[in-house]
Design a protein around this ligand. Structure first.
Ligand code: IDP
Ligand code: MG
Length: 142
């Protein structure tokens, strides 16, 4: 499997719980390298642009309110099969369905406040990485 890049976000709920280190440890222990990192606090409009693919979903407004409720940590992860591997480490969207030992099983409280975001395809990873980072911010280690 080729080396891929994916976007990870530690969401406001997990930042508030002070579990950044625990989440990053899981990435590094599973062969993913952080090649760009930024703490930021999105406005609701910026969160809306990031989640534009969900604009028609009933939960869109709540999602934008939540994602702009506090600081987040955006990261570009790089490694073998990075997109699927990150999704596996995250666990299911609804923490009640997330496999034991996943980030969401351990740190998420609800389907709204579910600790982390991860890109779901190569196409979306490229768009999402570009949303937060310029080429100058990214330091490949592959
Ligand atoms: P993902 O984050 O696992 O990729 P998506 O389906 O892409 O899940 O949804 C994006 C985000 O929108 C989720 O992480 C979650 O915070 C929120 N969300 C998804 N489905 C629901 C829902 O049914 N109710 C409330 N929020 C939802
Ligand atoms: Mg998604």
């Amino acid at each position: 499997m080729a080396i891929q890049r994916t976007l990870s976000i530690i969401k406001p709920d997990a930042i508030a719980k002070n579990v950044i280190g625990d989440i990053i440890r899981r990435f590094e222990e599973n062969g993913l390298s952080i090649i760009a990192m930024k703490m930021t606090h999105l406005s609701a409009a910026e969160a809306g642009r990031f989640y534009a693919v969900h604009a028609e979903r009933p939960f869109y407004k709540d999602l934008c309110t939540f994602m702009s409720s506090g600081p987040i940590l955006a990261m570009c992860l790089e490694g073998k099969n990075a997109i699927a591997l990150n999704r596996q480490l995250m666990g299911a969207t609804n923490p009640k369905e997330a496999e034991e030992g996943t980030i969401r099983a351990d740190h998420a409280d609800s389907i709204d406040a579910n600790a982390v975001h991860g890109s779901d395809s190569e196409e979306n990873a490229a768009i999402e990485i570009n949303f937060f980072f310029s080429d100058l911010d990214i330091h490949s280690r592959s």
